[in-house]
Ligand binder design. Structure first.
Ligand code: GLN
Length: 279
């Protein structure tokens, strides 16, 4: 079979995925250890039996619902190619909105930044890549995530990031950051969304946050004030129906200049605020 034939038949077999063609291409690129552009250049190359068999095994996993990112162990985020594992959330495109906004804020050139619940390290590493002068601390409560984020940090050759284990602020020594960012768990317990698609394969600890999905955001917003410089910023991702509730949390914790950004689907997704200490 040629590359073009295999990709075509795999796309047909996987028709229930809304990214069937891309899924097939990513799996085959992984098997052949090539970039996606290779397929445009060599559509007529005949595949070896071993490569076809390897590919079919991976496609079968995909047909059973496993996310491509976990099958190939990688996911693109921002300009980075990150290692991912079932111990953490797969970085999502909507989280790039948070990165974009963080880069626009009025922050010192050598800002100190904290990423809470870093998972694969996606947000911390994207910020550290864009701002080599920033000092970025990234924490996660899961040892597997800490190891993964450290590995990604090494792979990206970043020397301005430190990753350590902490459950939110619990193990962070008292200090003040110019910016705190987080994509915490924010889905309601029992939400039907948890039984569909990729999230079925992701850890509940990275997704679910109590009966209303706000348990962790409450802690993060309330405690951030103790860890921010005057005029420091907090940016959090949240569920699209949580905008009102999150803005209220920010207000109650003493934040001003509170704003919510919408994602590409026009849904409220990221809220930010400035911690303004009364004179
Ligand atoms: N955005 C993810 C989803 O809805 C959830 C991510 C999170 O809980 N932080 O699948």
């Amino acid at each position: 079979m040629t590359i073009a034939e295999l990709l075509r038949s795999a796309t047909q077999a996987n028709a229930s995925s809304d990214s069937a063609a891309l899924d097939a291409a990513l799996l085959l690129a992984h098997v052949l250890n090539v970039d996606l552009s290779y397929f445009k250049a060599w559509p007529d190359r005949t595949l070896s039996d071993a490569d076809q068999e390897h590919f079919n095994g991976l496609l079968q996993r995909r047909l059973e619902g496993e996310p491509v990112a976990f099958i190939i162990g990688r996911q693109g985020f921002w300009s980075l190619d990150l290692k991912v594992s079932p111990e953490t959330l797969i970085p999502r495109p909507e989280t790039e909105l948070l990165v974009e906004k963080a880069l626009e804020l009025p922050l010192p050139e050598d800002a100190s930044v904290l990423d809470l619940g870093t998972g694969s390290g996606a947000i911390a590493l994207a910020l550290a890549t864009e701002r080599p002068e920033w000092a970025v601390s990234a924490v996660d409560c899961m040892p597997g995530a800490v190891a993964l984020a450290r590995g990604n940090c090494q792979q990206c050759a970043l020397s301005n990031v430190q990753v350590f284990q902490s459950h939110w602020f619990a193990q962070i020594p008292p200090q003040q950051f110019h910016l705190i960012v987080s994509n915490p768990p924010y889905i309601e317990e029992g939400d039907r969304h948890l039984f569909e698609g990729d999230v079925r394969f992701e850890p509940a600890s990275a997704l679910v946050s109590g009966p209303d999905g706000l348990e962790d955001l409450r802690v993060i917003v309330a405690r951030s004030a103790d860890y921010l410089t005057p005029q420091g910023w907090l940016l959090v991702e949240h569920g699209f129906q949580q905008g009102d509730a999150v803005r209220s949390l920010f207000k109650a914790a003493g934040f001003t200049t509170i704003d919510t950004l919408t994602d590409l689907n026009g849904r409220e997704r990221v809220t930010l605020g400035c911690y303004t200490v009364a004179a």
